[in-house]
Design a protein. Structure first.
Length: 202
């Protein structure tokens, strides 16, 4: 079956896309407004982009041509923190996705502990075992004729915080103790399933 995304409703495209591109890692992005109000929200249009130098990207949709608070903060300050989501924090992550006015602190809403970052102003989530302090290097808005499109933000990682409980020798991450959670479609999430190994051809 062929489906032309131009010919179906954007909600249907959303279901096709987010059901097909799975599992998606979740970038739980903390930011801060120029006035100093902390913000925290999850984004599963998120991934790592290269390692030398290390970058991540996330994308926010722009419903009715409006920026989400995260985007406004990140564009205004040029800084954000990625907090990785685990089985222990997934419920609280979900609470921070509530659409609330910009003056609401989602750390409080989610019952999470903000701790100061080292190189950027936004707070980190203390409950997250892996966090990355980032500086914005690029942003680009994908235009859409029906709605507000989406804005991609690329940030350079300037500092990793890795809890020793998830760190093995030689900078490897311990999957058993890390227990990351990814997003599937709609309200569905996934834990790590069976892990298997395939050696790369030489
Ligand atoms: C698991 C999860 C993933 C999400 N991924 C995205 C995303 O990739 N892009 C987006 O615009 N919204 C995404 N959302 C919705 C935002 O988190 C939500 O709109 C949030 O209220 C934005 O907060 P803010 O206005 O403080 O930035 C996601 C929500 C959940 C629960």
């Amino acid at each position: 079956m062929h489906i032309d995304p131009q010919e179906i409703d954007p909600r249907a495209v959303y279901k096709l896309l987010t059901g097909s591109v799975i599992p998606r890692p979740i970038g739980w992005i903390s930011s801060i407004s120029p006035e100093g109000i902390p913000n925290l929200a999850p984004f599963s249009y998120f991934n790592a982009v290269g390692e030398d130098p290390p970058h991540v990207m996330f994308s926010t949709i722009r419903p009715n041509n409006t920026n989400k608070d995260t985007l406004n903060n990140v564009l205004a300050t040029g800084e954000f923190v990625v907090n990785m989501v685990t089985e222990d924090t997934v419920e609280r992550m979900n609470r921070t996705s509530e659409m609330v006015p910009p003056d609401v602190d989602e750390f409080e809403l989610g019952g999470l502990t903000p701790i100061a970052s080292v190189k950027v102003k936004p707070f980190r989530v203390a409950e997250s075992p892996i966090t990355m302090e980032c500086k914005v290097v690029h942003h680009y808005t994908l235009e859409d004729h029906k709605n507000g499109g989406a804005t991609i933000v690329v940030g350079r990682i300037v500092l990793f915080h890795i809890d020793e409980s998830v760190l093995l020798d030689d900078y490897k991450i311990n999957m058993q103790t890390y227990r990351p959670v990814s997003r599937l479609a709609g309200a569905n999430y996934a834990k790590l399933g069976e892990i298997f190994t395939i050696k790369r051809p030489i």
